[in-house]
Design a protein around this ligand. Structure first.
Ligand code: BGC
Length: 221
């Protein structure tokens, strides 16, 4: 009898864990941003604790100059408030380099945002690309890009670096249920002084900087 009870308990724990996991993991290509305003200091404060993590590990074949196992990757978590989308990047990358004169070839992370989610094949006024390198240097492009819209903090870690980004939104209606187009990218200079690898959240080509149609979705919760 005790054994049966024990077995039932184990099954119920496993089933509950699965159910919780199903809740925690929306389908591929959909990222959940929870509501909250973190301190922008590169430290992982409590706001981030309950946020799901998204892996930026998809290599871009045409840009892969090193072995895939050596490529920089990241996990990303998302938060939002009435004026911002926030992203916390925990990046695995070694060695770190900002040698290239091209910002996109330095060790850096990029967030691509389509605030109206109209999936246009060229960038419109609601679309922008935001980039932060491992030293916290900000850059970006796109019709909707304004350097005043992004603030960031970066710190080095044993495994690589952490970037915390705040992007001030200007076109999206920041409220629960709103969706925007989103892609995430890590650029890796593995020691050549140029870009040796790109890792992405979703798409398999290096075209997110000019085409928003293949972005995934961020949903405000
Ligand atoms: C791309 C580069 C591109 C740059 C332009 C990056 O995201 O990976 O190939 O030249 O954006 O901003």
């Amino acid at each position: 009898m005790t054994r049966i009870l024990h077995a039932c308990l184990v099954i119920s724990i496993v089933t509950n864990a699965w159910a919780n996991d199903q809740q925690a993991k929306p389908p591929k290509g959909i990222a959940i941003a929870k509501q909250g305003t973190p301190d922008l200091d590169g430290k992982i404060d409590d706001h981030w604790k309950a946020c799901p993590k998204y892996a930026v590990t998809q290599p871009i074949a045409e840009s892969l100059k090193i072995e895939q196992k050596d490529m920089a990757t990241a996990t990303v978590q998302l938060l939002w408030d009435d004026k911002h989308l926030y992203a916390l990047w925990i990046v695995k990358d070694s060695p770190l380099s900002a040698e290239s004169s091209d910002d996109w070839a330095q060790d850096s992370v990029e967030l691509f945002l389509d605030q109206h989610q109209d999936k246009s094949v060229t960038y419109e006024s609601d679309d922008a690309q935001y980039r932060v390198n491992f030293q916290g240097k900000i850059s970006g492009q796109g019709t909707g890009y304004d350097e005043a819209d992004i603030k960031a903090a970066a710190i080095k870690t044993k495994q690589g670096y952490i970037v915390e980004m705040a992007i001030r939104t200007h076109a999206a209606d920041m409220k629960p249920g709103t969706t925007m187009g989103l892609e995430l990218q890590v650029n890796d200079d593995h020691g050549s002084g140029q870009r040796d690898a790109i890792a992405k959240w979703l798409h398999t080509e290096d075209d997110s900087w000019q085409d928003t149609s293949k972005f995934g979705t961020v949903q405000l919760k």
